[in-house]
Design a protein around this ligand. Sequence first.
Ligand SMILES: Nc1ncnc2c1ncn2[C@@H]1O[C@H](COP(=O)(O)OP(=O)(O)OP(=O)(O)O)[C@@H](O)[C@H]1O
Length: 350
Amino acid sequence: MENNILELRNVTKDYDGKVVLKGIDLNIKEGEFITLLGPSGCGKTTTLRIVAGFEKPNSGQIMFEGKDLLPIPINKRQFNTIFQSYALFPHLNVFDNIAFGLRTKKTKKDILQREVLKQIRQVGLEGFEDRNINDLSGGQKQRVAIARALVMKPKVLLLDEPLAALDVQLRQHMREELKRLQREIGITFLMVSHDQEEALSISDRVVVMNEGSIQQIGTPEDIYNEPENLWVAKFIGQSNIIEDGIFIEDNKVQIDGKTFVCDDTNFGENEKSIDIVIRPEDIEIKKTNAGFFNGTVMHTTFKGVHWELLVETTKKRIWKIHTTQAFKVDDKVSIKWNDEAIHVMWKEVE
Ligand SMILES: Nc1ncnc2c1ncn2[C@@H]1O[C@H](COP(=O)(O)OP(=O)(O)OP(=O)(O)O)[C@@H](O)[C@H]1O
């Protein structure tokens, strides 16, 4: 995964004067599974469609294997796209759907037969060759769509919310399948998703987008553990955001009059223009007086694997905490965290 297969440089797009991409810079490595993640309307599908060739950017450059991609027509780009709706041909059976692209390329019959059957095996659809598309489950249709794209041996597979039409359980299963397939065949996957759990569990790197701009690019762990700004911290997972903390000096912050050690540096001295983020699962609950702040449990919600508590401490600060221990409303507790649980970031300028 060394070479960049795709490079987007300052790509912009507007529709009728409305700016939807504000200058996207993104390098995608060969063999990487990368996901564009963001809320509805942030421009992720537009980015994918520009790479695919369905849309033209207003300005910017895209390089594919070091060469200018934009003059190359869609059918000459070595990409295939899987759409949310799969866009399968309802009048063709499974085999003929998968064979369609090879037939249009006038592939020899024996090669076509071999390649289609290989893909059918790869996605686990043996025995379904003659099945009508309308007689398949959602997950099976999804597999046909993947096989139909992979049989063309694309260098990059573009996936637009490929799992969104599936129910929750099947989606989780297909997520693992997709990841396995990508590892096995080793081609570059560029996916669009608005589902953070999906993006974080499947991708090598995640590109977090908001309002036409990239907010952060990183591994799922980076994005989750080291959000670069408050927007990312709020969008990914859940957070306690301390807006009135002070960055005293390198590795020292103050919250509600107490000083805490942290990993962060380079935010100046006695700086108040910062926010401190602490994730709910990074807070431990201790007996009264055994933690940093004493408090009272105000609210509990059972979330299946953990409990979510709201604990009020001194100065009426409310903390959201995830714990596997059960507590009752009005329980007296104390809260604590490790140094690395503290994440400092600059306040966003309006
Ligand atoms: N063909 C078009 N004409 C005009 N506006 C468009 C067109 N396509 C997209 N847009 C607008 O561009 C913005 C970005 O759309 P885009 O589909 O890229 O967002 P998205 O992040 O993929 O959202 P979603 O998850 O809802 O698909 C939206 O405000 C959308 O309304």
